[in-house]
Design a protein around this ligand. Sequence first.
Ligand code: NAD
Ligand code: IPM
Ligand code: MN
Length: 365
Amino acid sequence: MLTFHPVDGKSPERKKIAAIPGDGIGKEVIPQAITVIRASGAPVQLTEFDWGADRYLRDQTTVPPDGFTMLARDFDAILVGAFGDPRVKTNIHAKEILLGMRFKMDLYANVRPVRLLDAVLCPLKGVEPKDVDFVVLRENTEGVYTDAGGVFKQGTPDEIATQEDINTCKGVERIIRYAFEYCKTHSKLDGSPRASVLMCDKSNAMTHAGGLWQRVFKEVSAEYSGITSQHMYVDALCMQMVRDPRQFDVIVTNNMFGDIITDLAAGLQGGLGMAASGNIHPGRTSMFEPVHGSAPPIAGKNVANPIGAILTAAMMLRHLEFAREADKIEAAVLQAVRQKKTTEDIGGKLGTREAGQWVADAVSR
Ligand code: NAD
Ligand code: IPM
Ligand code: MN
């Protein structure tokens, strides 16, 4: 059974990227991201894998044996589309592939930048690009996503279902430390330094997990005297994000809150089609994916916005130290947005392929 297709010729000095388009619009936006990577001239060698719903339905494979070991051993980075298909009701393949990569490869920092490229994309009145430039650092290996818990007396009126929120001292500490280090080493788009880390939790109700997050945040923040530390409950943060996104800089939070607030934050950027993310363990093979899902209702129609995937590719190239190529791609996306050479969800008239090609052409110019 063929499981992968080498897309480029072998060349030892090139960085090796595994591309896994997955399901639905993932299969449309990842080819566009790849076209743009090629146009950037970044010295990479791409290999495509067919992991996803079609493969699962064909031969019941989610992740081939030793799949994660192979990715970590043979590749420098992984570019992923999305997983989720109405034919796979259990979502087992998405869980095993996507959450499998995050958990088993220990990609503990989910980095989700939130940037507004043009004022017309933001649903808020009077908000400009300089007002929306923050990042959410989401813990990516613990929380309710571990799926610890169980059911008892299923299907009866006495059914019990538990879903445990797992928080380890090590897991909480490393993501909080990552946030302070990120703050120290990254600047805002206008060149000014990042200056504050805000921890978001629900420690007023979830006292056990919240207590651990509060204590570790206090301890770690004491080591970073030049950085302001702040706290908000997640419900209040949602309101503030809509009321005044200017106040945010670096936000650190747990797995589930990070998932929810980054869809809200995608709304500030023009929708899910615009948002990029990286799943990172410093020094190890890391994985990059747009924030959006497989969007079954629009899949196969050439309407999905490829910008989230393209900006994700730029983020991956930057991580691989191809900053010049990443800069070129980001500049081309900005041009596309300003000139409305985009898909309809953000006001353009182009299809997925045409919008991707426009960015690729702008990168090559
Ligand atoms: P979704 O992100 O797929 O779609 C939510 C909404 O945003 C829909 O209206 C969709 O049309 C729109 N949208 C998303 N991406 C877009 C794009 N690039 N261009 C234009 N519009 C876009 O989320 P959902 O509908 O909740 O989930 C659909 C499936 O995707 C589910 O199976 C879910 O589990 C899965 N999912 C997977 C990932 C992932 O693999 N990383 C992420 C989120 C959801
Ligand atoms: C995301 C997605 C995933 C998550 C789903 C598909 C499990 O929503 O990457 O944001 O909740 O992490
Ligand atoms: Mn999500």
